[in-house]
Design a protein around this ligand. Structure first.
Ligand SMILES: Nc1ncnc2c1ncn2[C@@H]1O[C@H](COP(=O)(O)OP(=O)(O)OP(=O)(O)O)[C@@H](O)[C@H]1O
Ligand code: NI
Length: 308
C-alpha cells in the first residue's frame, strides 16, 4: 500500500542543513498498523508530513514515496488534494493549535467535506454529527455547535480524530494522538484508535510505548533521522535488538526511567559511522568508521553491526 524508499528530508537553515530524515525505507501493507517511535526530534513528524506532502516549501525531499503505485512527490496539486482527502488522512499533533478557536467544532469537521468532497452544507453537518458520535462524544448534535474551548483535552483529540476520519480515508497517519492527555482519557483514545485500526491501515507516530504495544502490528524505531529497527510489535516488546532501542525502552517511566547517557547528535553535524556510536556501550572500532546498513535478523531488521 505504502512504499517509502531511501527517503531524505533536509531543511536549509542559517546554522547549516538539518538532515531531519535520512535514507528511510518503510512499507506498510493493507490493514497493517505501524507504530513509529523514538525520542523527540528524531524525525517522526517530518517523515509523516513528507508522506502527506505537507512539509513546508523549503524542505528538500529526495527518494521515493509510492502510495498504491503512485509516486506522491510527482503528483500535481489536484491529484494530491484528492489523495490527501480520500485516500490518506492525517490526524495532526496538538489539538490546541489544530482547531480554530472561533469556529464551532461541527463546522470545522464539515468544512473540508464541503470544500474537498463537494458535499452540501446540510449533508456535511449531518456527517460531522455522526462522526462525533462515532468517536464517542455524547450529545453530538449539541456538541457540534460548541467551540473548542468548551471541549476538554480528550474531547478535542476526539474531534481531531473525527476530522481525520471525515473523508473516510483508506490510510491514516496519526501524529501523537495521545500527547498531553491524562491516563484515563488516554486509555479511551487508545480504545478508539484500536476500534478504528481494525478496519484501516495506519501509521501511528508516538513516543508512548503503551500506544505502540496496544494498537500496532509492527513498530519502527527512529534515531537521529534514521529507522534503526523494525519488528512485529510482539517481538519488539519481547526483545529489543538495537542498543538504542533497549536504552530507549529502559528510559521510559514504565520501564525504569534509566536515561541513556549522552544526547542525540545534532542533525546538522552528524557523526561518522553509526549515529549512535558515541553513546553505545557496545561500540566497536567498525561502528566509528562505517555506517551500519539494515541487517536482517530472523525476519526483523536492525541497523547495528552486533548482528552482522
Ligand atoms: N521547517 C524546519 N526547518 C528546520 N528544521 C526543522 C524543520 N522542521 C523540523 N525540523 C527539525 O527536524 C528534526 C525532526 O523534527 P520532527 O518534528 O520530525 O521530530 P519528532 O520526532 O516528530 O519529535 P517530537 O517527538 O518532539 O514530535 C528536528 O530536529 C527539528 O528541529
Ligand atoms: Ni513530532
Amino acid at each position: 500500500m505504502l512504499n517509502v524508499s531511501n527517503l531524505h528530508v533536509k531543511f536549509p537553515t542559517d546554522a547549516g542543513t538539518v538532515k531531519a530524515v535520512s535514507g528511510v525505507d518503510l512499507s506498510i501493507s493493507p490493514d497493517e498498523v505501524m507504530g513509529l517511535i523514538g525520542e523527540s526530534g528524531c524525525g517522526k513528524s517530518v517523515l509523516g508530513l513528507a508522506i502527506t506532502r505537507l512539509l513546508q516549501e523549503d524542505a528538500i525531499v529526495d527518494g521515493s514515496i509510492l502510495y498504491q503505485g503512485d509516486e506522491i512527490h510527482s503528483l500535481d496539486k489536484e491529484s494530491m488534494r484528492k489523495l490527501r482527502g480520500k485516500k490518506i488522512g492525517m490526524i495532526l499533533q496538538n489539538p490546541g493549535t489544530s482547531l480554530n478557536p472561533v469556529i464551532p467544532i461541527g463546522q470545522q469537521i464539515a468544512e473540508p467535506l464541503m470544500m474537498h468532497m463537494r458535499m452540501k452544507r446540510a449533508d456535511a453537518m449531518d456527517k460531522a454529527v455522526s462522526l462525533l458520535e462515532r468517536v464517542k462524544i455524547k450529545e453530538p448534535s449539541k456538541r457540534a455547535k460548541e467551540y473548542p474551548h468548551q471541549f476538554s483535552g480528550g474531547m478535542k483529540e476526539r474531534a481531531l480524530i473525527a476530522m481525520g476520519l471525515a473523508p473516510e480515508p483508506e490510510f491514516i497517519i496519526a501524529d501523537e494522538p495521545t500527547k498531553g492527555l491524562d491516563v484515563t482519557v488516554k486509555k479511551n483514545i487508545v480504545k478508539l484508535l484500536k476500534e478504528i485500526s481494525d478496519k484501516k491501515t495506519m501509521l501511528i507516530i508516538t513516543h508512548d510505548l503503551e500506544v505502540a504495544e496496544d494498537v500496532c502490528d509492527s513498530v519502527g524505531v527512529m534515531y537521529a533521522g534514521e529507522i534503526i529497527e523494525i519488528a512485529p510489535s510482539n517481538r519488539m516488546f519481547g526483545e529489543q535488538l538495537h542498543p538504542y532501542t533497549r536504552g530507549f525502552f529502559e528510559s521510559l517511566p514504565a520501564r525504569g526511567l534509566k536515561p541513556i547517557k549522552g544526547s542525540s547528535p545534532s542533525l546538522i553535524d552528524l557523526p561518522q559511522g553509526c549515529r549512535f556510536h558515541l553513546r553505545c556501550e557496545h561500540c566497536m572500532d567498525r561502528c566509528r568508521k562505517e555506517h551500519p546498513p539494515m541487517i536482517d535478523k530472523e525476519g526483523r531488521q536492525v541497523r547495528c553491526f552486533l548482528y552482522a
